[in-house]
Ligand binder design. Structure first.
Ligand SMILES: [Zn+2]
Length: 466
């Protein structure tokens, strides 16, 4: 018997968390940070919807913070089980969770300073570095395709999800008293096929129950979008105008994809020598993890390696580590490319660069990923002006462009192809990780492909005996 309770990323894309109860085991799929309005996020992330002490295990599909970022809170409040993830996911969590704790402590200091001045009580941190250490010590890295016994007749197998380094599809098999078993498949985040570096998603067979992401269930990425051609065009423009190309990008995944494209342009002799600054200490660490885990590479990236070329390096590339190095860019003339986190412009060093750059019509802001509602990134895409950045207002005069083809999420066609590939024995589909109209599009898609029992759960909704 399997019960499912959807605790996060239901009718939204953030705070992924689903509880699987099977044969008496309580297994949490993901433990993501909720991101959004500051106050709402602050409260939601603190109020864990499950008692961590009652959990037997966590299974983590990939390292993105909206899937992994609340794991240390579990450790802080009594979680004693194991966290199953792939080896690359473990290495990425090692750097990302430490970074997350650092950012939270830093943000909290600022908030508490204000509160102290106002005579208000001070907030506790969501978690601290010691909680990160605790949860990291509970990780059990497991490679793809290996069957892992979780006890009580429940076993786990990871398959490739093709989304970011180490990302996995989660397959849970639950033995029943009558000798049969029931298979649950969870997509985590599905990657768009043919993206650089990573192998495409697998098609695990035999599942009866599917929990599937829906981020882009109602739309396709432009099919003929020539990413390298457009990048080259923007680079030519900033050479001509001596200006800056600012690319807000998540440190893990998107940044490495962009570096790969710039490497390809350089190797093909199509890119003029250009200073490229990756302004994020986390990006440097993440790129090192990408370099280490070559078992995740696709044939093209493996071929490039065999030619003795590091697919994420090229002349002119510099990783900036200290805030002083970051600030020094302010005084340098263009042309230059600045790649900085965060990807939705909700924090990180990109904010300082945007403050400096959005007012100048010669500059280009290049948006390369999904921008959630209520984020600064979404307001830039919507060309809201003036923009409020770190408390001050700035006119948006810079050019804003979007390259959707760099999305790490599968689009409608890719989701359909994947669903068709795994649907053989499917009886039920639960659509998660999408804004309301997207999860509805996913359930409609599942029905169209012959799975009548497809629903989009709301947060807190429980389904028994699936
Ligand atoms: Zn993700």
């Amino acid at each position: 018997m399997i019960n499912l309770t959807f605790l996060g990323a239901a009718q939204t894309t953030t705070g992924s968390m689903h509880l699987v109860e099977a044969n008496g085991l309580r297994i949490l799929l993901e433990c993501g940070l909720f991101q959004g309005h500051r106050k709402e996020a602050f409260e939601k992330n603190r109020q864990l919807p499950v008692d961590p002490a009652t959990l037997d295990a966590v299974v983590l599909s990939h390292a993105h913070i909206d899937h992994s970022g609340n794991l240390p809170t579990l450790a802080r409040h009594g979680f004693k089980g194991k966290v199953y993830a792939t080896p690359a996911t473990y290495d990425l969590c090692d750097i990302m969770l430490r970074d997350s704790a650092f950012i939270q402590m830093h943000d909290l200091e600022i908030v508490n300073k204000k509160r102290a001045q106002q005579g208000k009580h001070l907030f506790e941190p969501l978690y601290e570095q010691q909680d990160v250490e605790k949860i990291l010590s509970r990780f059990e890295p497991e490679p793809l395709k290996r069957q892992v016994d979780l006890g009580s007749g429940v076993s786990l197998v990871f398959h490739n999800a093709g989304h970011i380094l180490g990302s996995a599809l989660v397959q849970l098999d639950v033995k029943r008293n009558n000798g049969t078993s029931r298979r649950l498949l969870f997509s985590g985040d599905l990657g768009q096929p043919d993206q650089p570096i990573l192998r495409d998603y697998d098609f695990p067979q035999g599942a009866q129950v599917l929990i599937v992401e829906s981020t882009y269930a109602d739309r396709n990425h432009p099919s003929e979008e020539d990413v390298k051609g457009r990048l080259k065009g923007f680079i030519d423009d900033i050479h001509q105008l001596k200006s800056k190309l600012v690319i807000p990008a998540f440190s893990v995944g998107r940044t490495q994809q962009i570096l790969y494209h710039l490497n390809r342009l350089t190797e093909a002799g199509r890119m003029k020598p250009t200073p490229v600054y990756v302004d994020s200490p986390l990006s440097l660490k993440a790129t090192k993890v990408y370099t280490k885990h070559r078992e995740c590479y696709d044939d093209d990236a493996s071929d490039i390696l065999r030619q003795g070329i590091d697919p994420m390096k090229f002349p002119g590339l510099q990783f900036l580590e200290t805030p002083d190095q970051s600030k020094a860019l302010n005084d340098l003339p263009g042309p230059m490319i600045i790649i900085a986190a965060s990807g939705m412009c909700e924090g990180g060093r990109v904010l300082h660069h945007l403050q400096r750059c959005v007012g100048d019509p010669r500059n280009i802001i290049l948006i390369v990923g999904f921008q959630a509602e209520n984020t600064l990134g979404r307001r830039i895409v919507d060309r809201v002006s003036p923009l409020r950045i770190l408390g001050d207002e700035f006119d948006l005069n810079a050019r804003v462009h979007t390259i959707n083809a760099l999305s790490a999420h599968a689009d409608r066609t890719a989701l359909t192809r994947w669903l068709d590939g795994v649907k053989g024995s499917l009886e039920r589909v639960f659509a998660v990780h999408g804004e309301p109209e997207r999860v509805e599009a996913m359930t409609a898609l599942a029905k169209e492909r012959g799975i009548a029992n497809a629903v989009a759960p709301v947060v807190g909704q429980k389904f028994e005996n699936v």
